[in-house]
Ligand binder design. Structure first.
Ligand SMILES: [Zn+2]
Length: 181
C-alpha cells in the first residue's frame, strides 16, 4: 500500500489562504475534521431520532456534496461519466474517506457499485461505542450519500443508494450500490 503524499493529486493541488484559514481544491473549499466529531454527531442523532432518521439526515448531507462535486469536476476536467466516477473514487481516498474501488458502473442498467476499505466513519463509529440502534445495513451514510448524489448526476434519474455491507458491522470492508429508483 502506497503511503506517500506524492501520489495524492488533491493534496498537491490544495491551496491554503492564511487570511481566511481556507483550504481549496479547484476553487472548492474543503475542511479537515476528526472522524470522532462526525461519530459524535451521528451518535446523538441516533439517540434522538433513531438510526433510520439519522441515516437520512447524514445521507442528505453527503448527497449534496456528491452531486455538486460530480458535476463540478466532470465539467472542469471534461470527463466522461465513467471518468467522473473514477475521479471521485480516487478523490475519496485522497481526501481521507477510505480506499474506494469502483466495482461496477453499468450506465445501461443504471447501477453503480463501489467498495470502500478502511472507512473512517465506521472506524470512529465503533471506537465511539455507538452500539445503540445500529442499522444492519451500515452506518457510513455520508459516503452512501456522496455516491447517491454522484449516481443521480450520472444517470439523470432519482436513485436509491444502499450500503450492502459495512465495516462497522464486522464486515471486512463497506460496499455501496446505487440504483435507479
Ligand atoms: Zn460502512
Amino acid at each position: 500500500m502506497k503511503t506517500t503524499m506524492a501520489n495524492n493529486a488533491i493534496l498537491s493541488e490544495l491551496t491554503y489562504q492564511t487570511n481566511e484559514g481556507a483550504l481549496r481544491f479547484e476553487g472548492v473549499r474543503y475542511l479537515l475534521i476528526r472522524p470522532e466529531t462526525l461519530a459524535s454527531v451521528q451518535g446523538v442523532l441516533e439517540a434522538e431520532i433513531g438510526a433510520e432518521g439519522a441515516g437520512e439526515i447524514l445521507y442528505a448531507g453527503g448527497f449534496t456534496g456528491g452531486r455538486l462535486s460530480g458535476r463540478k469536476y466532470k465539467e472542469s476536467f471534461g470527463l466522461s461519466d465513467r471518468e467522473a466516477v473514477e475521479f471521485m473514487c480516487r478523490m475519496g481516498g485522497e481526501i481521507g474517506w477510505g480506499h474506494f474501488r469502483l466495482v461496477e458502473l453499468d450506465a445501461q442498467a443504471q447501477r453503480l457499485v463501489v467498495a470502500v476499505e478502511s472507512s473512517p466513519f465506521a472506524e470512529a463509529y465503533n471506537q465511539a461505542g455507538n452500539n445503540g440502534q445500529r442499522s444492519p445495513a451500515g452506518i457510513c451514510h455520508l459516503i452512501r450519500g456522496v455516491l447517491g448524489g454522484l449516481g443521480e448526476g450520472i444517470f439523470g434519474v432519482p436513485v436509491h443508494a444502499l450500503e450492502t455491507q459495512c465495516l462497522a458491522n464486522r464486515k471486512p470492508y463497506c460496499q455501496f450500490e446505487v440504483l435507479a429508483r
